[in-house]
Design a protein around this ligand. Structure first.
Ligand code: SF4
Ligand code: SF4
Ligand code: SF4
Length: 316
């Protein structure tokens, strides 16, 4: 009998669902073993019955539940709770579901400040009051799914690595546990490291990378040591894929981009901001040169109370 799967997207961009499609051929092997009973991105299954006849939000029962996206409003909280009630094993898919993701950067401001910026005081549109008609009320901040309901498996990444979705589903089908190893992106990175920076200062975030096309990875210098802010030392591994020549390379490094931390902390309870400041100092760079440190070093992980509005300083 196929295993029933329910999938939901909450506060998302849809990229994590594209990751499911990106699984490619292995998805064809998995599909006969799975029966999708609910997946709003693919099928027209209404929460309150197909003709709106229901009085309670309802999601069909399933063995595996997958939620992408964090929880921003009352409706998403209600859907997350219903998914938890109706599924045996709940997976948080992607960084939004696992840590709040990019939308949780908004947690640096209060709701009133956000409304002022986006609606009431927008410089590019006509000023308007906060929309409220037929809209679910926003929560005070963006929450990761595990702050609202218990989560059994987390598959981080923005979007996540399709290979990990296959690995997690295969483990669940075989009754085995799935967890990413507690090691860093640097542990999967084949570049040359000399443990000291080649340059006296950190480069600006948009400065483009210099690299020699086709140079073997073992001769390519660590981006961080060249002065580019790379969050590999404090980010959990899992995105690396084996490329031509059998070398395993983290996803962004493959494209000569620095790691921006989308797989989140290496272990629960770690503080990537503090750890990254240490990693920067350890190669002789000045962590004070990282502009907007709080945002950049918590870019994908602002849920779970990592990003909060700062207390107002008294006027001088
Ligand atoms: S984790 Fe990234 S790709 Fe997935 S929903 Fe969030 S923003 Fe989109
Ligand atoms: S800091 Fe970046 S470039 Fe350097 S080893 Fe780590 S992941 Fe690779
Ligand atoms: S290199 Fe970093 S930012 Fe890029 S996919 Fe991997 S964990 Fe995410």
């Amino acid at each position: 009998m196929p295993v029933k799967v329910a999938e939901e997207w909450l506060n998302i961009c849809g990229g994590c669902e594209v990751s499911i499609l990106d699984i490619g051929e292995p998805l064809l092997d998995l599909l006969p073993e799975l029966e999708f009973v609910h997946m709003p991105v693919l099928m027209d299954h209404k929460y309150f019955g197909q003709t709106g006849e229901g009085t309670e939000l309802e999601i069909p029962e399933a063995d595996i539940g997958i939620i992408s996206g964090g929880v921003r409003n009352e409706k998403e909280k209600h859907v997350a709770e219903e998914m938890r009630k109706k599924t045996n094993t709940l997976i948080a898919l992607g960084s939004c579901a696992s840590f709040g993701g990019i939308p949780a950067m908004a947690n640096m401001w209060t709701l009133e400040e956000l409304y002022d910026k986006v609606y009431r005081g927008s410089k590019t549109t006509e000023s308007a009051d906060t929309p409220s008609e037929n809209l679910p009320p926003l929560l005070d901040r963006v929450y990761a799914v595990d702050e609202v309901v218990n989560v059994d498996v987390s598959i981080p990444g923005c979007p996540t690595n399709p290979d990990l979705i296959v690995e997690a589903l295969t483990c669940l089908l075989e009754g085995k546990p799935f967890e990413l190893p507690e090691k860093s992106v640097c542990d999967d990175c084949p570049v040359k490291r000399e443990k000291k920076a080649d340059i006296g200062q950190i480069k600006r975030p948009l400065e483009s990378m210099e690299f020699k096309q086709g140079e073997p990875w073992e001769n390519t210098r660590c981006f961080m040591e060249l002065g580019y802010l790379c969050l590999g030392p404090v980010t959990r591994s899992g995105c690396a894929r084996t490329i031509d020549g059998g070398v395993k390379v983290p996803r962004c490094v493959q494209g000569y981009m620095t790691c921006r931390g989308c797989f989140g902390p290496i272990r629960k309870g770690a503080n990537p901001l503090v750890d990254m400041l240490g990693a920067i100092s350890s190669i002789g760079l000045n962590p004070r040169e990282v502009i907007d440190r709080r945002a950049l070093l918590n870019r994908y992980i602002g849920g779970q109370k990592r990003l909060r509005p700062l207390p107002k300083r008294p006027a001088r």
